[in-house]
Design a protein around this ligand. Structure first.
Ligand SMILES: C[S@@+](CC[C@H](N)C(=O)[O-])C[C@H]1O[C@@H](n2cnc3c(N)ncnc32)[C@H](O)[C@@H]1O
Length: 425
């Protein structure tokens, strides 16, 4: 059937409003007439496959990566390489505005800060040993199939170059699973998630392989790699991977949280430091390894960092301040903020709260913040939908939200981050 695409959805699909409800067409753009094959039901409408673009939009461009596109061989990482740059950033900004509008929040959304291509320092790949050999790549957008990639305009070239080397190294030693690769100041930090334990041959080969491939640490996890799972077992540590958070060096635990790009992290950190301003006593919730807490302490503030993973809390505690710098006034505590959010009386005495929760947002914590009287709340989010839900609670609790800064660290995907500040009226 032929349809006219009316708008672009939050997931990057073209949406055609038809008499039978919306039809969601990946890789189609607003204004385009396209031929589609309509498939399963999706939400209030139907999903469809793009067969042909009958009248292309002026905003359509050739994708920069050979793995982008519909079909089984299309890599599932990117959804919008076919959109020209201006229309692309307008779409991401629009995703933030639409999420806010759903909660009746009328506030300026600033132009998007985008990171450079080839800057992503953290990726998660899938692998599977098949009769034809070991496959490593991103999952296809259409199925569970693994798409082997030979180029990626998003990830750092050092990471892309590691993929064939890891494929050869793991062949014969691992059956299926996932691999997390993080580029750090000491080289790559690699975690293999696989139910099968690493065998003796792999352990024997690991030192030479990692030295040659520039891998600082190779660790193995037989668990699922979910929040609160057992930490991965180190197979070989040539150097402990570390990063620099604006002057302070942090040794990263295996598979720890790190913002996907150093550029995006710097933009978010700049926003947080500005928004905290002169506030002196600050609490950083969902602190990760201290990307905000440590620079705030470097700036002379007294900081408490709260994080759910004990290994990350320890990394904050053990961070090394810049040479010649003063000792950092930072305390770090491990706490599950979904089950045990900070109570209003525990929040008393802080001049500012910084929070950067996971995609689910921070409903329980925000309800208590809204009932408290901390003067400044700086909220960083990787999910505009849960952010808008939480923002509504803070606004109803008497906070005033000023302009929102979107930061696009997940280029050409449907994800967008944002930073915001709420002040007690
Ligand atoms: C989006 S990251 C932000 C980390 C840090 N602000 C940064 O920029 O690197 C969210 C962090 O929240 C932690 N987290 C997730 N669920 C949590 C919970 N229920 N309680 C406390 N921390 C949690 C994760 O381990 C992760 O480090």
């Amino acid at each position: 059937m032929d349809v006219l695409i009316n708008r672009l959805g939050a997931r990057g699909d073209g949406i055609a409003e038809t008499a039978d409800g919306p039809v969601y067409v990946p890789f189609a753009l607003p204004g385009e007439k396209v031929s589609v094959r309509v498939g399963k039901s999706r939400g209030d409408g139907r999903a469809a496959d793009l067969r042909d673009v009958l009248s292309p939009s002026a905003d359509r461009q050739a994708a920069m990566c050979r793995h982008f596109g519909p079909g089984e061989n299309g890599c599932g990482g990117c959804v919008s390489q076919h959109l020209v740059p201006g229309a692309y950033t307008d779409w991401k900004r629009g995703v933030v505005s639409a999420a806010l509008a759903r909660h009746r929040i009328d506030v300026e959304v600033l132009p998007v800060i985008s990171v450079s291509p080839a800057s992503r320092r953290r990726v998660r790949l899938a692998f599977r040993n098949l009769a034809g050999g070991m496959l490593i790549g991103f999952r296809s957008g259409r199925s569970d199939r693994i798409v082997e990639i030979t180029e990626c305009p998003v990830a750092m070239p050092e990471i892309v170059a590691l993929i064939p080397r890891l494929r050869d190294f793991l062949a014969g030693h691992a059956d299926r699973g996932e691999i997390a690769i993080t580029h750090t100041d000491k080289g790559a930090d690699v975690v293999v998630f696989c139910r099968k334990e690493p065998d003796l041959d792999l352990r024997m080969d690991a030192p030479a392989f990692c030295t040659d491939a520039g891998i600082a640490r190779l660790a193995w996890s037989t668990g699922e790699g979910t929040f609160n799972a057992e930490p991965p077992e180190p197979v070989i540590v040539l150097e402990t991977p570390s990063v620099d958070f604006g002057g302070t060096t942090v040794h990263l635990p295996s598979d720890s949280f790190l913002q996907p790009t150093a550029e995006g992290e710097a933009a978010l950190r700049g926003f947080v430091l500005d928004a905290v301003g002169k506030a002196d006593v600050v609490i950083d919730l969902y602190a990760g390894c201290g990307a905000f807490a440590l620079p705030l302490a470097e700036a002379g503030k007294t900081v408490t960092a709260i994080e759910g993973l004990a290994a990350q809390t320890a990394a904050i505690r053990n961070a090394t301040p810049r040479v010649g710098g003063a000792a950092l006034k930072v305390a770090a505590e491990t706490r599950d903020l979904a089950r045990q959010p900070l109570r209003t009386e525990e929040l008393a005495g802080y001049d500012a709260v910084v929070l950067d929760p996971p995609r689910a947002g921070a409903a329980a914590q925000v309800a208590l913040l809204a009932a408290g009287d901390v003067p400044t709340i700086v909220y960083v989010s990787c999910n505009p939908a849960t952010f808008a839900r939480d923002a509504r609670v803070l606004i109803d609790g008497g906070y005033v939200l000023s302009a929102i800064q979107p930061v696009d660290q997940f280029l050409w995907s449907s994800h967008v981050e944002l930073a915001s500040v709420f002040r007690r009226a």
